[in-house]
Write a protein that binds this ligand. Structure first.
Ligand SMILES: *Cc1c(COP(=O)(O)O)cnc(C)c1O
Length: 232
C-alpha cells in the first residue's frame, strides 16, 4: 500500500468516527473541525493530506514546524496551529509560521505573542490552554486563573481570543475534563464573544470530546500512524 493509500484509509476511518460521534450527539458534522497533528511526520505527508482535502494542520515544536511550513508555502489555504508548550523567547519565530496558537497559558506568554504579532503587523488567533486538574506542570492555565488570562489576551489588541483548548489529564475521566472545558468556554463567551472554540479530543477520545461539545479534534496517530520516539 502506498503512503497515499494508507493516509486515505486512515482519513476515511477518522471521518467515519467523527460523523458517527456527531450523529450520536445530535450535532452537525460542520460543527467539528478536524485538525491534523503532523508533528514528527515529513512535509510530504502534509502534502498528501492536503490533496485528500485537509486544510488544518498542527505542530508542537517551533523549530520543526518552522522548517516544515517553509517547504509548504505552496499549499494555498492551509492553516497552521501551534499546539505545544511555547517559551516566550520563541514568540517571534512562531508568528512567522503559525496562524493560530492553541497553547497560550500565561499572561507573560500572551504579552510576548502580542508583541510579536504587533511587530509583524498581524492579528494572531489564539486559544487559551486550560489545565482542568490544575496540574500546570504539564501546561495550561488553572481554571481560577482563566479570567485574568482571557482579559490580558483581549486587552492586547493584537491577539484574538477564539476559545480554549485542553489535553484531558490522566488523573480524571476524559468526559469530566471535556465537560469542564465546555463550561469554561461558556463562561468566557459572556465577556469575550469571539471565544467560541472548544478544542478537545485526540485519536483515543474524540468521540467522548464531540459528545461534550468539542468544536475541534486534534488527531495525530489515528491519521498518520504511531510516532517514532524522536530526540528534540
Ligand atoms: C500530539 C498531540 C495531539 C495528537 O495526539 P494523538 O493521540 O496522536 O492523536 C493532540 N494534541 C496535542 C496538544 C498534541 O501534542
Amino acid at each position: 500500500m502506498s503512503r497515499r493509500e494508507e493516509l486515505a484509509a486512515n482519513l476515511a476511518e477518522v471521518e467515519e468516527r467523527i460523523a458517527k460521534a456527531c450523529e450520536a450527539a445530535g450535532r452537525d458534522r460542520s460543527e467539528v473541525m478536524l485538525l491534523a497533528v503532523t508533528k514528527t511526520w515529513p512535509a510530504s505527508d502534509v502534502e498528501l493530506l492536503y490533496e485528500l482535502g485537509l486544510r488544518n494542520f498542527a505542530e508542537n515544536r517551533d523549530q520543526e514546524a518552522g522548517a516544515k511550513v517553509s517547504q509548504l508555502r505552496h499549499l494555498d489555504g492551509a492553516r497552521w496551529h501551534m499546539v505545544g508548550r511555547l517559551q516566550r523567547n520563541k514568540s517571534k519565530s512562531v508568528v512567522e509560521w503559525a496562524d493560530q496558537v492553541d497553547s497560550v497559558d500565561s499572561v507573560r506568554l500572551a504579552e510576548a505573542l502580542a508583541k510579536a504579532a504587533h511587530a509583524k503587523g498581524t492579528k494572531l488567533d489564539v486559544l487559551l490552554q486550560v489545565s482542568i486538574d490544575g496540574d500546570t506542570s504539564r501546561g495550561g492555565c488553572a481554571i481560577p486563573d482563566v479570567g485574568e488570562l482571557a482579559g490580558a489576551i483581549t486587552r492586547s489588541g493584537d491577539l484574538i481570543l477564539r476559545g480554549a483548548m485542553t489535553v484531558a489529564p490522566l488523573t480524571m475521566k476524559p468526559s469530566q475534563a471535556f465537560e469542564a472545558l465546555a463550561s469554561v468556554v461558556t463562561g468566557l463567551r459572556d465577556d469575550h464573544p469571539t471565544a467560541t472554540e472548544v478544542s478537545a479530543g485526540m485519536s483515543g477520545d474524540l468521540e467522548d470530546a464531540i459528545s461534550h461539545g468539542s468544536t475541534c479534534v486534534r488527531v495525530g496517530t489515528a491519521l498518520l500512524g504511531s510516532r517514532r520516539l524522536t530526540l528534540p
